[in-house]
Design a protein. Structure first.
Length: 429
């Protein structure tokens, strides 16, 4: 961080999560950030935050000045959170309602030069203009710096009503994800709802701000509840996502499809940037050799269809986080992703076991999507290659390699195609 206020007391100079979040949310050098003190001479305070629970272990930036807002930032959508997190937030929310949150924690003051319009330098003030002009209060979680994570602002009206969630794309990887979600939500909003399609939050605004891409998404329904991880996947919802209110598309061979062409082009780019990309080129060739003549229906996919991105409200399925959504993919990729991520994330299994879980889930539920045995094998193999290329895209854009997926996925794909080889290098060579 450079600028007038980047001294040792400025939290933007920190290397931890608080510094990372402050650089993303308060990046303009005209903003002064002070902890536990008054604004500098010639500045006026425009926002104050409680740093919870401490400067040494920051977890939240809670807006101060309106107890209803402070409480709402902790209690909104608490039912979607894990039990331990829910309990902590509930306790802090109770303190906030009593007005005790501010004095209990260090205070971060945000100030701007006298005579400066806050909307010119402070992101939350800028977003308030797009959302009707009334003042907004922003809360933000604090997590360790990660090039694949996006700071997210919860935006509230003065009475504590949620107004939106602002995702901040701050590097190459996260800017691409935020822009992709904005495009997906814009397209889904134009559909006006389709039979069987999950409820999807609307895109409220998208802004480009100081080199960042910021998308503000409509709040979820207040009484939404998380989807139990034991619930089976909904074939109706997956088909609705894939078809977007259109009739079923005629199956087409994988060979010559835009999907295969895209994989080939991405593998070629990966090979030009990283030695591991040569394995992706081989993976594309294997996919075409083994499944090129297999015909399958192509359509859209959510791209991150997992229980923690799904909920229920008023009897309907709700789906959020559309950052990886895309078109022209084989029907069934969301079903494969659901199985892989449940195994990898929820059960802590390695990539090879997660790939077997994909096969099992496709065999169990693929028929409900109209997938026969040949289509199910195509979808499984195509998904693993798609997932490795996603992993490479994020790494190439600055997020770094996901150690759970690279080079393990390359090994899995080689074994499934019969090209068994043990990779001895971290780059997959």
């Amino acid at each position: 961080m450079s600028g007038r206020f980047a001294g040792s007391a400025d939290p933007r100079s920190r290397a931890d999560g608080l510094g990372w979040v402050c650089r993303a949310v308060f990046g303009d050098a005209r903003i002064a950030l002070t902890v536990g003190g008054a604004p500098p001479a010639g500045h006026r305070a425009v926002a104050r935050y409680a740093v919870v629970p401490s400067l040494s272990r920051p977890r939240f930036l809670l807006p101060l000045g309106a107890s209803r807002v402070t409480a709402a930032s902790l209690l909104a959508y608490n039912a979607l959170r894990p039990p331990r997190v829910r309990a902590v937030r509930a306790a802090l929310g109770g303190l906030s309602r009593l007005g005790a949150a501010g004095p209990a924690f260090p205070t971060l003051t945000v100030s701007v030069p006298a005579g400066t319009c806050p909307a010119d330098v402070v992101l939350a003030a800028r977003l308030a203009l797009d959302l009707g002009g009334a003042p907004l209060h922003a809360a933000c979680g604090v997590r360790p710096p990660d090039p694949n994570h996006k700071p997210t602002l919860q935006l509230f009206a003065a009475d504590g009503r949620p107004r939106g969630y602002a995702k901040i794309g701050w590097n190459g990887a996260t800017r691409a994800l935020v822009a992709a979600e904005a495009a997906a939500l814009r397209a889904l909003g134009a559909l006006g709802g389709a039979p069987g399609h999950p409820v999807t939050p609307r895109l409220l605004t998208e802004v480009h701000w100081s080199g960042q891409v910021v998308a503000v998404v409509e709040p979820l329904p207040p009484r939404v509840r998380g989807l139990p991880v034991t619930d089976p996947p909904s074939a109706e919802a997956l088909l609705a996502v894939a078809r977007r209110a259109r009739p079923p598309a005629a199956p087409r061979p994988l060979a010559g499809s835009p999907f295969l062409s895209r994989l080939a082009a991405e593998a070629s780019r990966a090979a030009s940037a990283d030695p591991a990309g040569a394995r992706a080129i081989a993976g594309v060739a294997d996919l075409e050799r083994r499944h090129g003549d297999t015909a399958v229906e192509f359509g859209h996919w959510h791209g991150d269809w997992v229980p923690w991105n799904l909920g229920r409200h008023a009897g309907r399925l709700v789906a959020w986080d559309w950052e990886h959504s895309g078109a022209d993919v084989p029907l069934g990729l969301d079903l494969a992703h659901d199985a892989f991520q449940r195994a990898l994330v929820l059960r802590g299994e390695p990539a090879a076991a997660a790939a077997r879980a994909v096969d099992t889930q496709l065999d169990r539920y693929g028929g409900r999507l109209g997938l026969g045995p040949a289509q199910r094998r195509l979808v499984a193999d195509a998904y693993l290659l798609e997932l490795w290329l996603r992993t490479w895209r994020l790494a190439d854009a600055g997020a770094g390699w996901n150690a759970a997926l690279h080079p393990a996925l390359l090994q899995v794909m080689a074994e499934r195609s019969g090209r068994i080889r043990t990779y001895r290098h971290a780059d997959g060579r």
